[in-house]
Design a protein around this ligand. Structure first.
Ligand code: RM4
Ligand code: MN
Ligand code: MN
Length: 424
């Protein structure tokens, strides 16, 4: 389904005066609103191709209807999000959940929707039909060289597919690890994984990056071979300058200080990308900002401060991606909420007066430091984000428009009620 520009215009026109009134309240009290709006317009978040259908748990999966049946329809769905919010201008593919049969036409279709391809993701955590060796006991870490080789070759194939689509990074997330004490020699598992990653690294084109994503547990419950940021950083450092750590917000043990991790990875020049989501317990893959928006803000505050310290471009120097799963919500509404939550946290982080914060820290003025952060966090920046969308040609209120245009109902008419999208 396509949403025509005039429909966006019509709905924006009806909300314009109320929006402008809210916006002028903010521009009156904040000095750098123009700069923030410009930065928001430039900031794009990649949508995961594996999160456009109903997610499931090991207990069940409840269809939402109208799910995309193939990659072309997934691109249409992301295009729809982009039309509405003008901030979802990229898609991240998971291979082989999505196989771009004809790369030229897939690339052209994406371009028609204003989309580019962000990181491509390999999958050696599931066995595919007809696959020679099983990943039951790991892939890049496997004790059998033949299994490792198969997994390496898959990653190299994913790089080739990514090159054809104009992507420039590979995300490797491994389920490798062990479920029971005694199952694995930790050092051997690390060394095998490192050797395998080195072979994949050697196949990267010059301008490419490899992101090593860590995760504390699941599906392995005793040890994970890339289990935390320390292990990921170790691999990335040993691999070389094209290798970086990827932080997925749901991949830590409870109460981990993710903002501190982000700060230090940036300091080391080894933060490569992000998978945004939210969680209360583990890898819950919930809507960004739905559980702990303050933590998201604190993470963005470190991102902005750390990137500025290195003169990095906020919009282009890191891979910004969502990684989520939708069990009860319409995935497209959920993704609109997630993108907005990211933009809000980013805008609030841009409000922080870095010099004043620095001075408060210098004077050990803990109260002042907290006030500075919470002042920014408690500012309602929704009108700024809406203004950025308006100027970029998007909808002032994407979810309201999505609903009033009955997008899901139309997708169900087009695609049917019992379609199942590949992915999580
Ligand atoms: C993992 C991890 C990866 C994602 C898979 C589907 O938990 O977050 O990034 O590709 O799930
Ligand atoms: Mn992830
Ligand atoms: Mn995950």
């Amino acid at each position: 389904m396509l949403v025509e520009k005039y429909k966006i215009q019509e709905s924006n026109d009806g909300q314009l005066s109320a929006h402008k009134a809210k916006l002028s309240g903010l521009t009156g009290s904040i000095a750098n609103t123009e700069l923030i709006i410009e930065k928001l317009i430039a900031f794009q978040v990649a949508i995961p191709s594996w999160a456009l259908g109903a997610g499931g748990t090991r207990f069940g999966r409840f269809s939402i209807g109208g799910e995309p049946r193939n990659l072309e329809e997934k691109i249409e769905d992301v295009g729809l999000l982009q039309t509405l919010n003008q901030s979802s201008g990229a898609i991240s593919l998971h291979i082989p959940w999505d196989i771009p049969g004809n790369a030229t036409s897939i690339k052209a279709l994406a371009a028609q929707h204003g989309l580019r391809f962000d990181a491509v993701n390999s999958n050696t955590f599931q066995d595919q039909k007809g696959q020679e060796h099983s990943y039951k006991f790991g892939s890049l870490q496997h004790v059998d060289r033949a299994v490792r080789k198969q997994a390496i070759e898959h990653n190299i194939e994913v790089i080739k597919q990514g090159v054809a689509l104009g992507s420039a990074s590979l995300t490797v997330w491994l389920a490798d690890g062990s479920c029971f004490p005694g199952q694995l020699n930790f050092r051997k598992a690390f060394q095998y994984t490192l050797e395998s990653l080195k072979e994949i690294y050697a196949a990267l084109p010059d301008n490419w990056k490899i992101f090593v994503e860590y995760k504390a547990f699941e599906p392995n419950f005793y040890s994970t071979t890339v289990g935390d940021w320390g292990q990921s950083l170790l691999y990335a450092s040993k691999l070389g300058p094209k290798a970086y750590t990827l932080v997925d917000l749901g991949h830590h043990l409870p109460n981990a200080n993710i903002e501190q991790i982000v700060s230090l990875l940036l300091m080391e020049g080894k933060l490569g990308g992000f998978h945004f989501n939210d969680s209360k317990y583990g890898d819950d893959d919930l809507t960004v900002g739905s559980i702990n928006p303050y933590q998201l803000f604190l993470i963005f505050q470190e991102l902005v401060e750390g990137m500025d310290a290195k003169g990095m471009n906020h919009a282009t120097d890191l891979g910004w991606m969502i990684d989520a799963s939708h069990n009860v919500k319409d995935p497209l509404e959920d993704l609109l909420q997630s993108v907005e939550a990211i933009q809000l946290a980013y805008a609030q982080a841009l409000l922080v007066d870095a010099n004043a914060l620095d001075q408060a820290r210098q004077e050990n003025d803990t109260v002042k430091a907290q006030e500075i952060l919470q002042d920014a966090y408690r500012t309602d920046v929704r009108p700024l984000v809406a203004e950025a969308r308006l100027r970029a040609g998007g909808a002032l209120n994407p979810i309201a428009l999505y609903r009033s245009l009955k997008v899901r109902e139309n997708l169900i008419k087009e695609r049917g009620l019992v379609t199942v999208a590949t992915g999580l």
